[in-house]
Design a protein around this ligand. Structure first.
Ligand code: C2E
Ligand code: MG
Ligand code: MG
Length: 475
């Protein structure tokens, strides 16, 4: 009995020990699993999923570490920015899947060009960054840049096609070109854009790039970059019919959501964009986005509204303007009658012949035309009757003082009368007060736009306003 009990209890003990061991093993396995999952997550959070290269976060981390090291040991290090020229074209013509395959292979070739102690990271899109610690002189970085160029020069075969890609590389060296990570990155980036502009392939940063006369270029760089990184957004300002109180349309107004400076208003960057010609692609983006958004609102079941888009002088001079507008309307599926294009009075008067013929072609497409900031330029009223426009927009500088300044009231009255005589619609912008509204209503100006009703709003907020069916009486 005793022996049996003993044997039994041994077995129990054995069993429980065995059980314990099993449980421990299971626990250990689970911990290991968790650990590896955690490690995997950690790895994923600092690596680029497509190429497996370190991402921006890891790159910045290493850069800070290496900078501290370089400072302690009085060494040099280089940061190189690399951007593939015309990569967008590959994506557009071969598709994103092919684009991704190409990026992976580019990443492999890039890795093979550097030492183990160097870092190659993918910063996003077709941008790569190199961290080269412990270089003896800037020329060492140049050597690596040349090696990279050579490696990428060999033709690429993808999907049965052979093609070439060229990169642009910008180099900044610590401590000469910057003492901290941000400055080095910014200067390498500036050098890279310089390389791109001059078709140089690679470029060492030089102090003169930051000189006064380079400010324009940096703005151009910044603007171009903003376009690529999709930092522009459109805010929509409602336009109201004062008789019905309902929203009848909206003006698309561009803003730049600058990663450091926050919202930048058009007055600050449109002049640069105009000067550099970048207004053309920016304006095209605005037009496409505004048309697509308007179509989306219609598709969502809201009553159709007209969207008004500003055209700059440079855009208005483009030979292919009419084609571009036509193409964008087709691409977005927006019925032309829901698009209104605005040119300022000053632009309209620059070359009257051109204005008349271009406006005619645009009208023939079925879009509406408005003359913006009317009253501020030097229009000959005589020409106005030849302009095939639909709307006059009274500039906000007149509206501001209609209730105080007698002259502004008189001008505003005159513009409204002129519009009525020419059978044009008239809209007052910059309406901020009830008094201004009352004055305009008395003059039978029955369309307004201004802070009284609403400031320009991001698309989502505008949607909410449409959902709530907010009208003038609610304000
Ligand atoms: P704009 O076309 O005359 O646009 C009206 C401006 O008046 C907008 O300024 C708008 O925010 C502002 N505004 C509206 N209601 C009121 C109000 O009640 N009071 C006051 N004080 N201001 C009001 P914003 O958005 O800063 O745009 C300034 C100018 O920049 C525009 O004047 C237009 O000429 C230009 N712009 C804006 N977006 C674009 C664009 O996409 N392309 C081009 N080429 N130019 C644009
Ligand atoms: Mg406007
Ligand atoms: Mg205006």
């Amino acid at each position: 009995m005793t022996a049996r009990r003993g044997a039994l209890s041994m077995t129990d003990e054995e069993k429980s020990v065995e059980q314990l061991i099993k449980e421990l093993a299971e626990m250990r396995r689970q911990i290991a699993e968790l650990k590896s999952a955690e490690e995997h997550l950690m790895y994923m959070s600092v690596h680029d999923a497509l190429t497996g290269l370190p991402n921006r976060m890891l790159f910045n981390d290493r850069l800070h570490m290496e900078l501290a090291h370089a400072e302690r040991n009085h060494q040099m290090l280089a940061v190189m920015f690399l951007d593939l020229d015309r990569f967008k074209l590959v994506n557009d013509t071969l598709g994103h899947a092919m684009g991704d395959r190409l990026l992976k292979r580019v990443a492999d070739r890039l890795k093979s060009c550097v030492r183990k102690s160097d870092t190659v990271a993918r910063m996003g899109g077709d941008e790569f960054c190199f961290l080269l610690p412990e270089i003896a002189q800037p020329e060492d970085a140049v050597k690596i840049a040349k090696k990279i160029l050579k490696a990428l020069k060999k033709p690429w075969r993808l999907g049965g096609q052979e093609f070439y890609i060229t990169p642009s590389i910008g180099i900044a060296v610590y401590p000469n070109d910057g003492q901290d990570a941000d400055t080095l990155m910014k200067n390498a980036d500036t050098a890279m854009y310089r390389a791109k502009e001059q078709g140089n392939n690679y470029q060492l940063y030089t102090a003169e790039m930051s000189d006064q006369n380079m400010e324009r270029l940096t703005s151009e760089i910044a603007l171009r970059r903003a376009l690529e990184r999709q930092e522009f957004v459109i805010h929509y300002q409602p336009q109201i019919n004062t008789e019905t109180g309902q929203i009848i349309g909206m003006e698309a107004l561009v803003r730049w959501e600058h990663p450091e400076r926050g919202t930048v208003f058009p007055a600050e960057f449109i002049p640069y964009a105009e000067e550099t010609g970048l207004i053309v692609p920016i304006g095209e983006w605005v037009l496409r986005t505004a048309c697509a958004q308007n179509k989306a609102w219609q598709d969502a079941g809201f009553p159709p509204l007209r969207v008004t888009v500003n055209l700059s002088a440079r855009q208005f001079q483009q030979k292919d303007l009419v084609e571009t507008v036509d193409r964008i309307l087709k691409e977005t599926g927006l019925d032309p009658r829901w698009l209104e294009l605005e040119i300022t009075e000053t632009v309209a008067m620059q070359d009257v012949e051109h204005t008349i013929s271009t406006l005619r072609e645009l009208r023939d497409l079925g879009v509406r035309i408005a003359i913006d900031d009317f009253g501020t330029g030097y229009s000959s009223f005589n020409y106005l009757k030849y302009f095939p426009n639909h709307t006059l927009k009274i500039d906000k500088s007149f509206v501001r003082d209609v209730t105080e300044g007698r002259e502004d009231a008189a001008i505003t009255k005159a513009i409204i009368a002129l519009a009525q005589n020419l059978n044009l619609k008239v809209i007052a912008e910059g309406v901020e007060t009830e008094e201004q509204l009352a004055f305009l209503k008395r003059q039978q100006c029955n369309e307004i736009q201004g802070y009284l009703f609403s400031r320009p709003l991001p698309a989502e907020e505008f949607t909410r306003m449409l959902e709530k069916k907010i009208a003038l009486k609610d304000r």
